[in-house]
Write a protein that binds this ligand. Structure first.
Ligand SMILES: [Fe+2]
Ligand SMILES: [Fe+2]
Length: 159
């Protein structure tokens, strides 16, 4: 759950940075709206962490800054690429949540409900990015994002 919470901290940073770097007011509003929807995820994961007697990652400020830098870079590459980045991020998060569901204990209904709802929300964010005109990202970029996500999830598991 700590890993999922870190992911949502990053989602806030990414959407804020992408909104800030976007010059098209309509698209900016879409990024801000998606960011607001992610606030629920941030709250659910934070609450569940507390209920489980666990703590958030100590490195959250670092994750936030890193994700903000990546979001700003994506925004600078233009609208279609920024949307392509949003789509790929959401797709990868959805895949992570799907694999997390297979590892969550069957009796932990509260965690499962949160992860299932988030998975479905992230899938609709990916579709939304697609509908807004996401450009396909090069495989190298997708691979780099997977690598960064793996670094984040492995680290957040411990710290
Ligand atoms: Fe989310
Ligand atoms: Fe999302």
């Amino acid at each position: 759950m700590r890993v999922n919470h870190v992911g949502e901290v990053c989602a806030q940073a990414l959407y804020s940075a992408q909104a800030l770097g976007c010059r098209n007011p309509e698209l900016k509003a879409q990024f801000l709206q998606a960011g607001r929807e992610e606030l629920d995820h941030l709250a659910w994961t934070a609450d569940r962490l507390r209920e489980l007697g666990d703590r958030p990652s100590w490195l959250n400020p670092l994750w936030y800054l890193g994700a903000f830098a990546i979001g700003s870079a994506a925004a600078r590459l233009g609208e279609a690429t920024s949307l392509g980045f949003m789509k790929e991020t959401e797709t990868q998060v959805e895949q992570h949540l799907a694999s997390h569901l297979t590892r969550l204990p069957a009796h932990d209904g509260a965690s499962r409900a949160i992860v299932e709802q988030m998975k479905s929300d992230e899938a609709s964010h990916a579709l939304q990015a697609q509908a807004l005109g996401a450009a396909p990202l090069p495989d190298a970029a997708k691979g780099a994002m997977r690598w960064a996500a793996r670094l984040m999830t492995r680290t957040a598991h411990w710290v």
